[in-house]
Every structure is written in C-alpha cells, then in structure tokens.
Design a protein around this ligand. Structure first.
Ligand code: ARG
Length: 264
C-alpha cells in the first residue's frame, strides 16, 4: 500500500514537471519567432573608400557595407554600421560595444590572438602612392624619405620594417584620407596604403597626377570580418552567409559594382 502511493506520487509529480516544461518551451518558441531578427553592431573606420566611407548625410556605405548586408540577409540577422577609429578597433569587440568589425581588416597572426576572423573575403596588398615627378620606383627607395601611413594598419607595419618602428620619418595619421591629404600638401614624400583605397583615390583625383607603385616584396593580404574571440556562433553565421553569397553570385555582383573599373 505504501509502495503504491509513493509510485503514484512520483508519476503525478513528473507529469506536473513535464507539463510545466512543455509550457515554458512553447512560450519561448513563440517569442523567438515573433521577435525581429537580431541586429548586430558593425564597427568600421569609415574613411576608407571604396570599402567604407560616409556620404554627405553621414551614412556609411561601401563594399563592406553591401557585403555585410548580403551576408546578414542570408544568415537571418540585421546589421548597423557605426564609425569606429581604426587604432584600437579590436578593443570594441572585447568590450562588447561592437559585435562585428568589417573594415577592410587584414587577417594577421598577431590579430588572431585577440579576435576571431571569418574566412577571407578580399585579396589585397600594399601600394606606394607618390606625387608627379617622384623618383621613387621601388619600396627601398623610401628608406631616406618621409612616409605617411594610417596608424596601426598593415601599411604602418610594412613601412616599419624598412624604416624602423620609432623612426620619426614615419608619419602616422588617424585615417588613410588624412595621410593622402598630407601627401597633397607635401608633408610626406609617399604614402603606403592598401590597393583598394589607393586605386580609388588615384582614379578620383586624376588632376593631381599622382601615381602608384607596386613592389613584389609586399605580401598578399586577406581581409576578414572579425568577431569577439570565442564567439563561434556568430562567426559560423557570418561564414555560412559568406559562403552562400559566393555560391549564388551575390558576392561577384557586389565586387563588380566597386571594382570593375579599377585603374591598373
Ligand atoms: N587592411 C589594413 C589593415 O588591416 C588597413 C585597414 C584600414 N581600414 C579602414 N577601414 N580604415 O591594417
């Protein structure tokens, strides 16, 4: 008699528990499906045309913006770009102020220690921009010259290798645009910068007569989208979305929109 009532009690309580669990689960499912898709904040230093730059209305546009939106479409989330200084940009992920960084960021082993990167989405390298009449023909010609770079970029690192990290002849600017302005004003003899913004600048400022020089010593660089170290769930979504837009031609469309008429 005692045994039976104990068993009954057990069954009864587990039925209650199951019911409770069932209820909660369906409630959560409902809110999940009714809620709007997650919106992720994307950091980008937006003076780096054609990858990310601002319109007169301060809207951030460019290749990285189109790319992120296309990835987000496939992966079922939304993105909002926020202008973010490049120097120290990775801290914004660590602090949780940005969920993603899409800012023409080169994947490097050093950066991989702090953040996780998506699969590469764009191949780049460095170029040397010089004014009309410059005698520079190769990287080593910069040895005794004053060189402008965007601070904390791979361009900065490249020039450091030739001139030395603390050489005052390296002029570190907050943005690529400021480095190029410095070149226009004669404050530097050359600027070392990523392929995309260099070609974009030379094309759109033809009247200046600037030209660019490539050097076989400059390694290939690959851009990646960064997430906070260990955010494997978001990284997987980004990589899946990237694979999907590569497979269905969307990536190629975006690429052509920005780079089809690149200067050679
Ligand atoms: N690719 C270079 C790097 O990762 C430059 C990136 C600068 N990007 C920018 N949006 N300002 O260091």
């Amino acid at each position: 008699m005692k045994k039976v009532s104990k068993a009954l009690l057990c069954i009864a309580s587990s039925v209650v528990l199951l019911a409770a669990c069932g209820k909660q689960e369906s409630k959560e499912e409902k809110t999940a499906s009714a809620a709007a898709p997650a919106e992720y904040i994307v950091g980008a230093e937006a003076t780096f045309a054609p990858f990310e730059y601002q319109t007169e209305q301060k809207e951030i546009v460019g290749f990285d913006v189109d790319l992120m939106n296309a990835i987000a479409d496939k992966a079922g989330f939304k993105v909002k770009f926020v202008n973010t200084p490049f120097e120290g940009i990775f801290n914004f992920l660590a602090q949780g102020d940005r969920d993603l960084l899409a800012s023409a960021i080169t994947i490097t082993d050093e950066r991989k220690q702090t953040v996780d990167f998506s699969e590469p989405y764009y191949e780049s390298t460095q170029l040397i921009v010089v004014p009309k009449g410059s005698t520079v023909t190769k990287f080593t010609d910069l040895k005794s010259l004053t060189v402008g770079v965007q601070s904390a970029t791979t361009g900065d690192e490249t020039v450091q290798k030739l001139l030395g990290k603390s050489n005052p002849k390296i002029k570190r600017m907050e943005s690529a645009t400021l480095a190029l302005k410095e070149l226009e004003g004669g404050g530097v003899d050359a600027v070392v910068l990523d392929t995309g913004p260099v070609k974009n600048y030379v094309k759109n400022n033809a009247s200046l007569g600037f030209h660019f020089i490539s050097d076989p010593d400059f390694p290939k660089e690959y851009y990646g989208i960064a997430v906070k170290k260990g955010n494997t769930a978001l990284l997987a979504k980004v990589n899946d979305g990237l694979a999907a837009i590569k497979a269905d031609g969307t990536y190629q469309k975006i690429f052509s929109k920005y780079f089809a008429d690149d200067v050679k």
